[in-house]
Design a protein around this ligand. Structure first.
Ligand code: HEM
Length: 483
């Protein structure tokens, strides 16, 4: 197992274990791997008495917990209530138009430029201020470089939790990032500290009339403040957004591009044709762009249009299925005091059930996705939807609808959708940034495909893709041409 962690292909190990030993595999004294869909849905449901295990310590950024790292049920419920409105709220949707601002995607290493986009757009959405990666076009403070070098080791250590607890203690904790560092995550933490301070100072402690009458930004930070997060809580939640919401979204986008660039040309062309028909350039030119004729300043495609495009949705779903952005995180949940039975095996209280480690394996289940489950084929989603639609139509004609619920095709589609949904977690543990992530991925993939043609520079190895909980995608060199 250690070797596969180090090589970055631990996802294959979990997949082999699940295929060889079935839906529940014991792989440590108190650790089991679960790939049984029904059990995972039950374990993670809102009323379940499972709780997050100490594995989530990995996500702790500062001195205290954030929503992702918190294990205490009551504290989590309370915090989630306060932060969820910001993720679901108007603020994020209003900023949808920003997300695909064009010419930034021309640099050749598209893995890196997509990452810059993910960080900057998150800054814009979260606190109305991009972090400056796109403007500077470089890995400022070596944040990405240091993250890529250290995270896989942190992830590895966290799977041996004793060593990870040591890392939190002096003198090893001196190695962890802290606000004010010149480089790495600590540098970003310092940046967010000053953004929060500035916001709190200008709108909350000032008594000046002119400042008070200034319009408050309609962003996530402001929503956190108005829902009562304290100063330290703001620091934790703003930092975890950058940790949980940038690599993940960047991965969703670059892995979708990887599949689009490397599949048969008709996939890319079909997607372009769908986008052209739904939102063609000439009819949507802004007044200034119609004089320059530059597609770079065209109005970006609205999110609602993206959602109405079946092939775009199928391509995104299919790439998320083949390589889920967060592919093998343990995301262990502890069995509650009463113990539990999963697929016939009794588990004592405190057993750690890995609900996320085998998402990669589950998303490639032949039983659920068909014999060609290992192949990127967006059409599978269209076929499954069509089969479910025809089945419903027929049963409505026969007057048999509703009585027994969906038929076989309907159930299959549902199972495909629920399994794919697990890439964001489920129930009380579901990713709070899911809607935001889907919007970002839709808008960026749509804009890139409708504007440009891409050629992979190294067809033998288009990019480096390694896994340590999430993917580390590097050196994705492409040639970009305006259409
Ligand atoms: C494709 C993109 C993303 C994927 C695949 C993803 C996946 C996940 C997963 C698997 C979990 C944990 C589920 C569990 O504990 O069982 C999670 C939790 C979380 N995610 Fe995401 N995520 C994505 C984007 C984002 C974004 C954009 C943000 C914020 C800006 C975000 C913030 C969070 C937070 C705060 C939690 C903790 C929620 C809680 O415990 O209540 N994620 N995500």
């Amino acid at each position: 197992m250690t070797g596969q962690f180090i090589k970055g292909d631990v996802h294959e190990l979990w997949k082999d274990l699940a295929e060889k030993y079935g839906p529940l595999v014991r792989f440590g004294p108190d650790q089991v791997l679960c790939t049984d869909l029904e059990s995972i849905l039950r374990i993670t449901s809102v009323r379940s008495d499972y709780r997050k295990s100490d594995w989530y310590d990995l996500a702790r950024m500062g001195d205290d917990d954030n929503l992702l790292s918190m294990t205490d049920k009551d504290r989590r419920r309370e915090r989630r209530k306060k932060v969820a409105p910001a993720y679901n709220g108007k603020g994020a949707a209003d900023r949808a138009e920003y997300l695909a601002s064009g010419s930034i995607f021309q640099p050749l290493d598209i893995a890196q430029s997509v990452h810059f986009y993910a960080l900057d757009s998150l800054g814009e959405i979260a606190y109305s201020q991009p972090l400056g990666y796109i403007a500077n076009d470089k890995d400022m403070n070596d944040v990405l470089k240091i993250n890529e070098a250290t995270f896989p080791w942190m992830y590895y250590l966290n799977n041996h939790h004793f060593f990870f607890t040591l890392l939190r203690k002096w003198p090893f904790n001196m190695l962890l990032p802290r606000a004010g560092d010149k480089a790495g995550l600590g540098a970003i933490m310092g940046h967010t500290t000053s953004i929060i301070d500035r916001r709190l100072n200008s709108f909350h402690s000032s008594s000046s009339m002119s400042e008070k009458s200034e319009k408050k930004p309609d962003d996530m930070l402001q929503s956190f403040i108005s829902h009562g997060l304290t100063r330290p809580e703001l620091q934790e939640e703003v930092t975890v957004q950058l940790f949980a919401g940038s690599d993940t979204v960047a991965n969703g986008i670059r892995l979708c591009l990887l599949h689009l660039f490397s599949s048969a040309p008709n996939v890319y062309r079909r997607l372009q044709a769908e986008l052209d028909a739904a939102y063609s350039f000439p009819s949507h030119k802004t007044s200034s762009s119609s004089t320059t004729g530059s597609p770079g300043i065209e109005k970006p495609i609205p999110y609602s249009t993206c959602l109405s495009l079946p092939y775009l949705q199928a391509c995104l779903r299919e790439s998320l299925r083949i390589l889920p952005p967060v592919a093998t995180g343990g995301f262990y949940k502890d069995v509650g005091l009463a113990g539990d039975t999963i697929t016939g095996f009794a588990l004592p209280p405190g057993t750690k059930v890995a609900t996320g480690a085998a998402i990669y394996a589950m998303c490639r289940s032949r039983q659920i996705f068909g014999q060609d489950a290992d192949v990127f084929r967006p059409e599978r989603w269209l076929e499954a939807e069509e089969a479910a639609r025809l089945e419903l139509e027929t049963s409505e004609k026969d007057g048999a609808a509703a009585a027994g619920g969906p038929g076989e095709a309907g159930r299959r589609l549902r199972e495909m959708e629920i399994t794919l949904g697990l890439i964001f977690g489920h129930g009380q543990f579901e990713c709070v940034g899911r809607k935001l992530a889907m919007m970002q991925m839709n808008k960026v993939v749509a804009e890139l495909v409708r504007r440009y043609d891409f050629t992979v520079l190294n067809p033998r190895r288009p990019c480096k893709v390694e896994n340590a909980l999430m993917w580390f995608v590097k050196d994705f060199w492409v040639r970009v041409e305006r259409r």
